[in-house]
Design a protein around this ligand. Sequence first.
Ligand SMILES: [Fe+2]
Ligand SMILES: [Fe+2]
Length: 308
Amino acid sequence: MSLQTAAASTSSAADTTNLFLLPPHVQQRLEADGPLPVLPWLAVRAVKISEDPDCSINEFVALIGRDVSLLSGILSFANSVFYSGGKPISNVRQAVIRLGMRTCRNLILTSCISSLMGRMSMKQEWIRESLARHGYVTAAVCHALNQRLLLGYDGEEFTAGLVHDIGRTLLASCFSDEFQEFDGLTFEESSAIVDHEFSIIGTSHTEAGACFAAKSGLPPVLIEVIRHHHNPDHATGDRRLVALVAAADDIANHLQRFDTPENYDTSTNKGLILLERLGVTNAVTLISADATEILKDADAVAGNMAKL
Ligand SMILES: [Fe+2]
Ligand SMILES: [Fe+2]
């Protein structure tokens, strides 16, 4: 699935952009091949529609119908073994009903992030694949933690996991020569990674990502996740969601670092510890018992999403 890029130009996006000014040399670099990209209008609209409690399925179906490749991607996902139950469908309304609007929104976002990754050169193929897999695994782990810890999110946790490292994709495409100097994709991460990036290129994937998200018009709650997922203590809005993504990020990193879902140690997971401080009782112990299963499932979900 690929999408055409269209400029997002809502007034709220423009207002927020000013809060995330990047150093001029970074801005220049990001815009070397044209203005800083934004997520396609379609993706931002899909997020907004699905957040509206009164959203209508008609509006969503009409939105998907605007892009033929997106429409066929969603139809084929709805007809995949995972969702179809052996009953094929052929129209987009049935597909949205079968998948649910939140899943469709996440598929649209996935597709749009993939189109952003298209800016990377062919020699960066493995970086593209590695970052895409990381987004899918983190999203699926967010979903699993939300269910097991009864946090009450309804799909927004998956979206937050999906986009949390969007700044890495952006930096990989704009700083292709230096990228591996500041991000070796070892998935051995701590809050020090942000300082390390600053020391080399004068910004970080969290700041650049937040700037990109604000410019694209993504909701403030997602901007905060992107900005603070390595320092969840700094979040001031929905701190539980930022802590949840930080927790999932650490668990997902284990899978990509050691290439196994086994032997994850929850006792040092900063996100889970913060969730406990925010009132989620026994988060560390509860997840410790299920970590291997969570990672196995997340890896399977990531495999399905990579086929989109
Ligand atoms: Fe990150
Ligand atoms: Fe991450």
